[in-house]
Design a protein around this ligand. Sequence first.
Ligand SMILES: Cc1cc2nc3c(=O)[nH]c(=O)nc-3n(C[C@H](O)[C@H](O)[C@H](O)COP(=O)(O)O)c2cc1C
Length: 342
Amino acid sequence: MSAPLFETMFGSASDGVGRTDAANRAAFAGVELRPRVLVDVRSRTLATTVLRDHVALPVLLGPIGGATRAHPDAEIAVVRAAAAAGTATVVSLASSHSIEAVVAAAGGPVWFQLYLLKSAEANRRLAEHAEAIGCSALVVTVDNPGVLTREDSRTRKRVRGTIAALGLDEVLGARGPVLESVDPAATWREIELLRSHCSLPIVVKGIQTAEDAALCREHGAAAIVVSNHGGQALVDPLGTLRRLPEVVAAAGGLEIYLDGGVREGADVLKALALGARAVLIGRAHLWGLAVAGEAGVRAVLEILRGELEAAMMFCGVTAVAEVDRRLVAAAAGRHRARVGAL
Ligand SMILES: Cc1cc2nc3c(=O)[nH]c(=O)nc-3n(C[C@H](O)[C@H](O)[C@H](O)COP(=O)(O)O)c2cc1C
């Protein structure tokens, strides 16, 4: 991958002092696990459920637009690797392959990720289409009101194709980035509208505050992804893991997932201890994809699974469902001086 492409795909918001993706990582480093010993850990259960789906480990593959820039097999490779690991994939509206082809190649659950477009009809039809072809949840990404415009022409063409196939091409302007079609006027009403038209559970991706978590609940979301878009939005010195506890406290029982900076098995345990039901990975699997396609993504998932099992054994944990707050040090984890030193 060329250096400019690498920076386009993996870059992060930065204020010249720190980068948000580094803050996401540092938040994990600032939380201490409290290992318990002399527990019989010969057998371990990593399986859990996310909404209606069973997964073999609490790690889902997050949506990545334009993944063909990393590898030509892109989402097809990702869903195959996810099936081998027994987990679910969130496929982006900006998928490099048609959503139909991705679902057809998948051996496991596929969730469809939607940006709220300027046309309510397009949002509705895309959601209905996702349901009709067998996706099992609708992930609505709300942390980008159309301001990220780094997209390649192939991705643009594909998204336009997806929309044109539904007879909706008139809802997008004739040219310009697809993200210009994301609606900066979207509000919670769009979530309600989708809910009334589509029976898939709705996951709201990009929540960082207690207030918005409460609104997710009020407006009928089934789950939340605490996310700062992998650091590609606002500069944030805190990191998503540190925002997780307030969201969990306000979400009143909705399932909460977390992404941003998950790179190793112990990170998964820390997120679960602070109230997440599962994590999503972005860069981690994209790196595997870039290096070796499906085999690369499989390897990433195997490494993560092995590390998670090892971390469980070191901590005296036998089932991911048993993980709770006692596994980490007090008060959302002490945030060491590391973020300040970024
Ligand atoms: C190249 C790239 C493309 C992305 N495309 C999308 C997208 O189309 N939709 C979306 O909701 N999130 C998108 N994201 C954000 C990821 O789904 C996820 O929130 C983020 O990568 C998690 O952080 P991590 O990379 O540190 O794991 C993208 C991230 C990257 C790095």
